[in-house]
Design a protein around this ligand. Structure first.
Ligand code: ACM
Length: 262
């Protein structure tokens, strides 16, 4: 399976230009799974709920159409971030699309910093999408800080985690090595680069998009300050063997009766 990321430098609010940037970086690439950053079309640093609402879409909007077009052109299933509108609520979401349809959306469970002022926290269960004989789980950016997220996706059977991100802390790329190792899952963390100064906020996004293997190896690591794409071939069936060695199984060895998870 050929999986990869597109690390972009979105311009705040310039949706058409941000779409073009993705297309230009991709060129004629063919793949099986492509992951784009969190909120790749809109940018990240909103100054009000109204501003975020003004860029919100449903799964029939411009971002869904764009991502389905990419899926058609590349042959891939595509995952990318957008602002999802549902009634009076907006969510920091990612959608997963094929060339024919939006397969589903994931609404970020763990909101970072002022995201809590604009977005409602995710209100749907974690889900696994079966595509191309592969089980794909989705989490978004700061969800990495809560190891329960990837553990739950792994227990639900994920082979690979699609992880759209707009990282501003410097820890995630290292943490994903451990997250993948201890769950024996692959992950594609698709981050952005650049700087957004809006309102009182000044974010520098950390790039370093990463493809992490089930055994903790880093299969691809992007520069911290340049747009970049990369794809690697992986065998997702390796993520289905949860044996670390002859005596240790990362799921069966858990002592759940001794854990207090409240
Ligand atoms: C983040 O969750 N975008 C920092």
């Amino acid at each position: 399976m050929k999986v990869g990321y597109i690390q972009t430098s979105p311009i705040f609010g310039e949706i058409t230009q941000n779409f073009e940037q993705v297309e230009n970086l991709l060129g004629n690439t063919k793949a099986d799974l492509i992951v784009l950053p969190e909120l790749f079309a809109t940018g990240y640093t909103f100054v009000s709920k109204e501003e975020a609402e003004s860029m919100a879409e449903n799964t029939e909007g411009a971002t869904a159409k764009f991502l389905m077009g990419l899926a058609e052109k590349t042959g891939a299933v595509v995952v990318g971030g957008f602002i999802e509108k549902d009634g009076n609520h907006i969510f920091n979401s990612s959608m997963i699309v094929s060339d024919r349809e939006v397969l589903g959306t994931y609404r970020k469970l763990h909101l970072y910093y002022k995201e809590k002022l604009w977005f409602s926290p995710g209100n749907k269960p974690l889900e696994i999408y079966e595509v191309k004989n592969t089980k794909v789980g989705i989490m978004i950016c700061f969800d990495w800080f809560f190891p329960e997220t990837i553990r739950s996706l792994a227990l639900l059977g994920a082979d690979i985690i699609a992880h759209p991100a707009n990282l501003v802390l410097p820890y995630c790329q290292n943490a994903m090595i451990t997250r993948c190792l201890i769950n024996r899952v692959f992950a594609v963390t698709s981050n952005r680069i650049g700087n957004e100064v809006r309102g009182k906020d000044n974010f520098v996004f950390t790039g370093g998009s990463q493809i992490t293997s089930y055994n903790g190896k880093v299969l691809s690591s992007a520069p911290i300050d340049k747009p970049h794409i990369d794809f690697v071939e992986i065998d997702v069936t390796q993520a289905r063997d949860k044996n670390l060695n002859k005596y240790n199984n990362v799921f069966e060895d858990r002592r759940t009766e001794f854990y207090s998870l409240e």
